[in-house]
Design a protein around this ligand. Structure first.
Ligand code: ATP
Ligand code: MG
Length: 213
């Protein structure tokens, strides 16, 4: 029997995917937040979940180690999206990618022609493209988390980060100065799996499509 593997990360992606899975008739056998297992079965013998780090989801699907996955647009832009079929915006895990600076920092001055800005971010590719589109020269510093700290310690003038409520920015005396793009999670599929496991994947993709429409 053929089995389909869906890669997804713990946290908001998992919790917001659960209702979509449930309405597609798929119920995980365990809660990944409390279980230490990284492969989780479901009520369907032919569907299992692989719990991966959010940034690794496209890699598993691209190589066919997982047949499909759910990943934020932020993650897909950094990955590049090569070798992935992206049929659906699921509209879950919504937030926005934005530029933030320390309260009182003169962002307009730093970004005028001939200006220079030090930017710390996990999203180096997206940040590079955004500032080059504006004609602003940036020095990019790659970070892996807690971006809010960088302007506070003088590592950078600005950060590019994901924001939903803005609470973390406020708590750290940062202000959003520009929105780069809205973010939501997408369904990604391995193109070879789409052919070899069509009978299993098509109904699942259709179910997700009808729920996200
Ligand atoms: P980790 O927190 O383990 O370092 P991560 O930040 O990549 O990893 P999550 O915090 O679970 O993982 O975020 C997963 C996805 O959820 C992100 O890629 C993004 O698409 C979305 N997301 C991240 N931050 C927010 C936010 N503040 N509001 C809503 N969605 C978000
Ligand atoms: Mg996080």
């Amino acid at each position: 029997m053929s089995i389909v593997t869906l890669a997804l990360s713990k946290g908001r992606i998992f919790s917001e995917t659960l209702p979509l899975l449930a309405r597609s008739g798929v119920v995980p056998a365990e809660d990944p937040e409390s279980s230490r297992k990284l492969i989780i079965g479901t009520n369907r013998a032919d569907i299992r979940l692989a719990i991966v780090r959010a940034t690794d989801t496209p890699t598993y699907v691209q190589h066919g180690a997982a047949d499909l996955g759910i990943a934020g647009k932020d993650v897909l832009l950094e990955h590049g999206g090569g070798g992935l079929y992206q049929p659906l915006d699921l509209g879950i895990a919504r937030c926005r990618m934005c530029v933030a600076v320390r309260t009182g920092f003169d962002y307009a001055r730093a970004t005028r022609p001939g200006g220079r800005l030090a930017v710390a971010t996990k999203y180096v590719a997206s940040a590079r493209e955004f500032f080059s589109g504006k004609g602003v020269h940036v020095d990019l510093i790659k970070l892996y988390g807690s971006m809010e700290l960088a302007p506070l310690l003088g590592l950078a003038d600005a950060i590019v980060d994901l924001v939903s409520s803005g609470g973390t920015l406020r708590a750290n005396h940062l202000v959003e100065v520009e929105e780069i793009m809205p973010i939501s999670a997408r369904l990604i599929v391995n193109p070879a799996s789409l052919k070899t496991k069509q009978a299993l994947l098509d109904p699942l993709i259709q179910a997700f499509r009808s729920l996200s429409a």
